[in-house]
Design a protein around this ligand. Structure first.
Ligand code: GLC
Length: 445
């Protein structure tokens, strides 16, 4: 067994408490810089909203563009903080959409909305899960694409304007987009609507990001009115955090990606990349003749052939039989895998996912410490995304890391799976935007 190599791998991937502390300290300092409008890998984007009180009433549409799907929903708010999903449709975003022109891409979204909406007029919230510099509650300029999207002609433009143009062209002038929302913000608002302790929204899915409720007075770069006690949600864009130790595999993945040098944290945590990180380790092991007894790596040598979902299946596989692990490898053209080899593959998958969960917990700890230095109060973190939801031990490992960081006090942090919150929250924000005008006049760097 290649002990020395495995030890090095473990050292690169198995993060301990001191690694967490380093991440927390670097993350906090990047947060402060971002808030002050200084150069930082954390954009800290003011979202122009806070969690609303719950008195909104009526039916609203949510258009939720994520990294993998487009969903359109109709939500009813009852005026007492209650909400109900009336209708929902989900469409897969094909590779061809992500490479289209902006007219074709926003045209595709508008077509789906047209097929969905029956009543007029109607107010809608648009969840757009990419980095946008928000300029108003319902306007924001796309900073850059990520998660392998490369729609042409959209960067630098107001994405609501682009969608509105296509809606108008389809004879839908009565559909008014009153809110532009990041998916983390939608998730926080969805949970925060009925849980007053909820002050953090977190996405651990295809991509990863978080947002939190900040005192308006502490947002140095905010140039709008600042009344005492008022809060505003900040979209951290944490996927771009780059003050973190990376392994040679992360560096290789980054070099081969569509956006080298960007989204460094996302490339270690997001479902878009986890499988690829594990694959690069496995291919290296094959190359060093430490795996599959010198057998070629089959389809495993192809980029992105090892899906992130495999990490969940392999993690859950019984260590005695390792049947699922062998099945997956066989599907990739690698047959007759020995028991020690299957175990090594499982080991690599576990290390990759564990590292992602610990990094997520450390960054989350930094956000919570920023809000409440000594963890005096209760905090609910609204979380959504396939990695958090589907990986068998991701949530458990995050909780363990939070316990190591905060000790007993970690009990004050509740991690709440908030399924489909990104869309539902956007509908709530759309409802609020229709009634409230405060802070719509502010700007920021
Ligand atoms: C990417 C986007 C971010 C989004 C996250 C999760 O990191 O930049 O806006 O919240 O993915 O979908």
């Amino acid at each position: 067994m290649p002990d020395k190599f495995l030890k090095k791998l473990q050292a690169d991937f198995d993060l301990g408490l001191s690694d967490c502390r380093k991440i927390i300290s670097a993350f906090s300092s990047e947060m402060s810089k971002g808030l002050a409008g200084q150069k930082s890998s954390l954009k800290m984007i003011p979202a122009y909203v806070d969690v609303p009180a719950g008195s909104e009433q009526g039916r609203f549409i949510a258009i939720d563009l994520g990294g993998t799907n487009l969903r359109v929903l109709e939500i009813e708010l009852n005026g007492r903080g209650g909400l109900r999903k009336l209708k929902e449709k989900k469409y897969v975003i094909d590779k061809k959409h992500t490479l289209a022109s902006s007219g074709q891409f926003f045209g595709f979204i508008a077509d789906k909305i047209k097929g969905f909406v029956s009543d007029h007029p109607v107010e809608a919230g648009f969840t757009f899960s990419f980095p946008v510099k928000q300029t108003a509650p319902a306007a924001g300029v796309l900073i850059r694409w990520n998660k392998d999207f490369a729609v042409r002609g959209a960067v630098g433009k107001d994405v609501v304007g682009l969608l509105n143009g296509q809606l108008l062209a389809r004879g839908l002038p009565d559909l008014r987009i009153t809110a532009l929302v990041n998916d983390t913000v939608g998730t926080l608002v969805c949970r925060g609507y009925s849980d007053r302790h909820c002050d953090v929204g977190l996405i651990l899915g295809t991509g990863t990001n978080a947002c939190y409720r900040e005192d308006l007075a502490k947002i140095g770069k905010w140039k709008g009115p600042k009344s005492a006690g008022e809060k505003m949600i900040i979209n951290i864009e944490w996927g771009d955090f780059d003050q973190i130790k990376t392994s040679p595999y992360d560096k290789l993945l980054d070099r081969q990606s569509a956006n080298p040098g960007k989204q460094i944290l996302e490339k270690m945590v997001g479902g878009m990349y986890l499988g690829e990180v594990a694959r690069l380790v496995l291919v290296d092991l094959v190359k060093r003749k430490m795996l599959f007894s010198g057998q070629p790596a089959g389809k495993l040598s192809l980029q992105k052939s090892f899906k992130s979902e495999y990490l969940s299946v392999i993690e859950a596989d019984s260590p005695s039989g390792l049947r699922q692990t062998r099945n997956i490898l066989s599907g990739l053209g690698i047959k007759n895998v020995s028991r020690p080899d299957a175990r090594l593959v499982k080991n690599v998958c576990e290390l990759t996912a564990k590292r992602a969960s610990i990094i997520s917990a450390a960054c989350l700890a930094a956000v919570i410490k920023h809000i409440d230095r000594n963890l005096k109060n209760k905090h609910t973190v609204a979380i959504d995304g396939s990695v958090y939801e589907k990986h068998p031990v991701f949530a458990k490992q995050m909780r363990k890391a939070l316990q190591a960081i905060f000790g007993q006090k970690a009990q004050k942090i509740k991690m709440a799976l908030t399924k489909d919150g990104s869309g539902v929250g956007a509908a709530v924000i759309a409802a609020v935007a229709g009634t409230k005008k405060s802070n719509s006049a502010g700007t920021h760097d």
